[in-house]
Design a binder for this molecule. Sequence first.
Ligand code: SF4
Length: 701
Amino acid sequence: QQRTVVADRHVDSVCPWCGVGCLTRVAVKDDTIVQVDGRNGPANENRLCVKGRFGHDYIRHPHRLTVPLVRREDAPKRGDIVVDPANPWAVFREATWEEALDRAAGGLKRILDAHGPGALAGFGSAKGSNEEAYLFQKLVRQGFGTNNVDHCTRLCHASSVAALMEGVGSAAVSAPFNAALEADCILVIGARPAQNHPVAATYFKQAAKGGATLIVADPRGQDLMRHATHALRFKPGTDVALLNAMLNVIIDEKLYDEQYIQGHVDGFAALREKVAAFTPEAMEPVCGIPAETIRTVARTYARAERSIIFWGMGVSQHVHGTDNSRCLIALALITGQIGRPGTGLHPLRGQNNVQGASDAGLIPMVLPDYQSVADGDIRARFEDLWSRPLDPVRGLTVVEIIDAIHEGSIRAMYIMGENPAMSDPDQIHAREALARLEHLVVQDIFLTETAWHADVVLPASAHAEKLGTYTNTNRQVQLGRPAVPLPGKARQDVALIIEIANRLGLGWTYADVGEVYEEMRSVMPSLAHISWERVEREGSVTYPAPADDAPGTEILFAQGYPTKDGRARLVPADLSPPDELPDAEFPLVLTTGRLLEHWHTGSMSRRSSVLDAIEPEAMVAMHPGEIGRRGLTAGEMVRVETRRGTITLRLMADRQVAEGMIFIPFCYGEAPANVLTNPQLDPFGKIPEFKFCAARITPAG
Ligand code: SF4
């Protein structure tokens, strides 16, 4: 039901929070957002969740950055982490734009001239627009001369991307999440859509109510399980055991689609050989799911006319995250449950523009549209356009960059809209790295924990203040429009990147955001028939589109795969343990994640009055049986420790957390979960193991 407010104007835009990409109508009075409603977008059909509807007043929070800041001359030396969290502003003074931009670019140039391109790196943002992502990676590649550019995709679906590129030649989803309504069987694994993709979850519930079989697999219980036909609470870190056992059943009982495999898929013999030992009986004690249940869900998935798979960071954030995704890809490929309505593979994207930022090239291995930096022909095309020789070697990823700072090879960074001081694993190590940098430029809307370490802070634009495109989890390119003016002296992010580029001598001249989009489109075949004018006119267009006037292609791979020979490839996965298993000293498994009301590092949602009022305090969740067994009391303050650090927070009883586990959200700066997490990486996707490390818990006293 639509609420009514008195507004000066209404602006059609897109939600700034998650990858679902709900289209919104923003009501504005006196240059302030007073209400947000859902529009009839392809991803939301008028629906919105609590974040989209009520999480908008952060943009006028008193902490908002409105003037450029530079580090005070009498501030503590670099290398010391001496920022007072109660008053991080104390180490800065206000500056003019001229001084701030000259210092920002001057410091980067000084390091570049003295130490070469390898001494620089940049983190872009999945919260920014496609145009910002494109310009940022172009600046790093053309201006810094390095591929050391990455963003938070490294921390969420990098392993899924690695497996999808290797298996089916495309990193994007094969079908939109609304395709669940056409499916007979829906498998949701390692994802909590009711919290993290709430409007997508409404489609899954709708499909289940309509008679589809819903299988939800997650070590933690979750709300979606109330709607599930099968709820599989498998042991954490045993995804490959469960999924290989399903593959074993499908192959052993000849439930695979032989014709589809012959026509489209390579590697079946090796997969059959690999999973032969993974019988349900052998895997039952490993994953904790009864053999007969494994058989039932495997048969259901394979026999259904149309089955579709959704997964999230419970699958990807492991040292074996790529292997987990390989198993899911194998399930779809050997059963032919892909390329048709109601079938497919859908890694649910987290941030509102993590799909678009990755497509735009904010990744160290690839230029826009996943074109390899190592391919000379591809590089030559970009060198022609950008008039500079480009680095042929892949750059460093997020965690590798932090390590390279410690090793002394990276000395300066430009960070736009990311908060690695909160989001990176082993946070003390990450913050020590930021403090060691000889020069750090941070561009953001708040003085984030990362900005505390900066030499120059550039006040930038919030989502509701700018024009740009965002690509959601469904591959829908959607237009965000400015609803309110920038506060104080804050500037547009695109304008700031251009200012830095031109101070590095790049001579960029873009008349407007549309011109940036059109340059980006000229190097991205995926956007071939989606002009700026078309996005402005239609508001949402799915890529790829076959013609300027044809709708985008929702279901991919109907005619084969975008690989060299047009065939998909099965890659068998072995069972490998998490990097750090519980032991006598640290007997519990810690897993981290998000809450419905808070977003990532909390820089926006903690400053949203409604959202923070609902979830105001950091808590560690533990099963009541485990609490009793350990002599603890729900509600008391406890100390949680791992081999990397300690935090203190309140203990909460939660039956959804399995015994032997604890869960902590990572959005609370006063009890930062990533002080505890393990930075060990998946060898293919380079994603850290946020979902599993050994921990202990004691009363805080
Ligand atoms: Fe925004 Fe995601 Fe909620 Fe939709 S589901 S309103 S995109 S946070």
